[in-house]
Ligand binder design. Structure first.
Ligand SMILES: [Zn+2]
Length: 119
């Protein structure tokens, strides 16, 4: 399964964080503030078959790229890895609808809510 690990500002070593796709970038201090307000989160996506291939994506590009990688699939299943949990997610590209398994299954929630629900 594809795994996207949340990049925590405190764990990020470089002074700047940038998205490998759209190029949006922030200084670490800015990212810290945006992260805690759930305005943006960056994710590290590792190729399931080749662990040396890694990308850093903002949340928008994460979903765009999942759509591209798994084109034609009705449901995209992937895991978001946080410090505490591994969230199994089902993403319905046709409807841009995302649901989280288990207790985090808040149907039809917006992206801000989704980002803030990740601990
Ligand atoms: Zn991006």
């Amino acid at each position: 399964m594809l795994e996207a690990a949340i990049i925590y500002p405190t764990k990020h070593r470089k002074k700047i964080i940038s998205c490998d796709d759209c190029g949006i970038e922030y200084a670490k201090s800015e990212y810290k503030a945006l992260f805690s307000n759930s305005k943006i989160k960056y994710f590290k996506l590792t190729h399931p078959e080749d662990k040396t291939i890694k990308f850093i994506f903002c949340h928008d590009c994460l979903f765009d790229n999942l759509k591209k990688v798994l084109v034609g699939e009705e449901i995209i299943e992937f895991a978001i890895v946080s410090k505490k949990y591994e969230y199994i997610c089902h993403f319905y590209p046709e409807d841009l609808f995302l649901e989280l398994e288990g207790e985090f299954n808040d149907e039809g929630e917006g992206m801000d809510d989704f980002l803030s629900s990740l601990e």
